[in-house]
Design a protein around this ligand. Sequence first.
Ligand SMILES: [Zn+2]
Ligand SMILES: [Zn+2]
Length: 462
Amino acid sequence: MKFSKEFAAHLNQDGFPQQWVDSAVSYRKLKKIIKDAADELCAKGLDSSTLAQLLPAPAPAPAPAPEAEADASADGSRRGSGTPSIQYEFNGDKTEFTPKLTLLVENGLPVDGTLSPDTKRHIQNLIQQQRRNSDSSAIEEVTRGIPGAMSLDGSGVEQVEIDLKFDSQFFKTLQHELAVLEALQAGEQSALFKEIGTLSEEVTILAKPSKYRKTDMNRWRELFAIYIEANIFFSTNELDHGARNSATAAKQLDWFRSEVIKRNIPGSFKLPSSHKALAEFVKINRQLLLNIKFQEINHTAVYKIVKKFDKKTQLGAKRVMPIEMQPGSLMPENIAKAACAQLTQDLISKIPQAVDYSCPICSNIIWRPVRLSCGHQLCITCACELQHRRSRGCPWCRKLVVLEADSSYINEVLEKFLELHFPKEVAIKRIAVETEHGIQQFGITYKHPTELHWAARACTVM
Ligand SMILES: [Zn+2]
Ligand SMILES: [Zn+2]
């Protein structure tokens, strides 16, 4: 299927709001302007094969390489002196710029002496036409500063600017389309941020730690742990690290939703409002996915249309157009990055995960945390164990700070925080520590008095 048809099908069938469809890249319109631009160039004698002869050969560097030998060896058939006869560049910046085609002539002929007689005749006509149309300022007499000019026996080299109406129209239209898309993306991003902010307030209430009131803290924690594991929009895996495309993100979002249902998280909510908040959370993710999909197809459309422009005109615009206009400037991952950062900062991180507070020695929740002078923390029992073994290095950073720690190093603020947010994990760890002490004191048959009671509670309440 031709890309224009494929693009139109996506816009009509992928469930984008009408306002988005109206803001999409006008691929057909741009395609038509390309045809006009190619016709205009032809009318001036600059058809694609002539331009291919006149313009510098594609080089890895963005600017045309003026060095004669390098160019001649790269494509000797095109070059005589190695001086490009035509320069194509963009003047201005992101908001106001114009493509500019300049012809370099010497004694009324293009500086490249290898051109066919036919091309030379076209160019001569064009120069005469330009001279008639332009005032004297448009033709600038130069004898210095043009790469290669000095190699032409010091004779005068003129720059003749060639007016290209449709070429300018193409890039002005494209620039406008990109600005519209950028504005749409900015609007969508701030709408998503607002929704994330509202949801964050709701979830903070629903997941508020409390011993006496109903809370869905553990359900939301589990839900967010699955969400983190799903890596929906970005992968942290070594093999496919980075932003995901919309197809993979859609799959990951489906996995997240099915996993949440499989683990019966909605079924175990204690607060009815959690259902609504979960639906809102999924909606935000779907909306972000739709945004990425939309930016993705527009990104492809820009890439394809610029490629088509270069194919039909041979002007090599992609190499010289301003960086903001390059197809890469419209990256779908930008909105994904911004929205995911906001989701993490404003919502996910509001509910602490046990893994972020695990002890580097025993891997359980840090019990009665000891804060070493390097800033790292571990259980008091694990710190004591290290001291008994005369092990001096911090298990995280290896600084020799373990032996200096005493009871004044206990981080009571974190201890209270952990008891509040992870009552189950802290209780299990406390029983394990007390059981170990009991065994040391009373022998292997020792049983912690609350062990059975807690095990039962852990199953039914948590
Ligand atoms: Zn520990
Ligand atoms: Zn350390």
